[in-house]
Design a protein around this ligand. Structure first.
Ligand code: GNR
Ligand code: NI
Length: 180
């Protein structure tokens, strides 16, 4: 079990398309376990593998955030079967810290995915779960929520993100120096 390092906007690696999982083995189970640990550590409700620099189609979700096994959702190779209606909430992303924006999404989604054993299942979702699923599948396709904003807003965010990244680097360096 390990907390992995996150990639942050504007890292170009976050814009690459992730590849399907073909091996349902112990290393996949380990990746999923590390993803849950990283997600809970950073207080997220979902995490996609590309956010920890692994370009595989793997997603973990716990919108309750209470670590109960019955609330933990693992999606391997998820695909939309249908989308319905429209909904929008103020979204955040662990890879875009400190920034939030309303994004138009479908209100209800139906997906198919595989579990850790490779078995296929379907899932119908609405509300926050539906939005989280769309946000995470976007990560697998190399999209961030800020890609949906107008170029002007995105550029404003780009400037803010660069400043946040500098602050984060400085804080990390200071923490390392204090530990020495
Ligand atoms: O923790 C997260 N919260 C959130 C809130 C509204 C819409 C989507 C999300 S997902 C985000 C975690 C994350 O970045 N997942 O990729
Ligand atoms: Ni995200």
């Amino acid at each position: 079990m390990a907390i992995r390092d996150l990639l942050y906007f504007p890292d170009e690696l976050l814009h690459q398309v992730s590849t399907p999982v073909t091996q349902f083995d112990e290393s996949l189970a380990e990746l999923v376990s590390d993803m849950f640990e990283t997600m809970y550590h950073d207080e997220g409700i979902g995490l996609a593998a590309p956010q920890i620099n692994i370009r595989k189609r793997v997603v973990v979700i716990d919108i309750e955030g209470d670590k109960l096994p019955e609330h933990q959702i693992v999606l391997i190779n998820p695909e939309f079967l249908s989308k319905e209606g429209t909904d929008s909430i103020n979204e955040g992303c662990l890879s875009v810290p400190g920034l939030r924006a309303h994004i138009n999404r479908a209100e209800k989604v139906s997906i198919k995915a595989q579990n850790l054993k490779g078995d296929f299942f379907t899932l119908d979702a609405s509300g926050l779960l539906a939005i989280c699923i769309q946000h995470e599948i976007d990560h697998l396709d190399g999209h961030l929520f800020i890609d949906y904003l107008s170029p002007m807003k995105r550029n404003l965010y780009r400037t803010k993100a660069a400043k946040l990244a500098r602050e984060r680097k400085r804080a990390l360096k200071e923490a390392q120096e204090t530990n020495q």
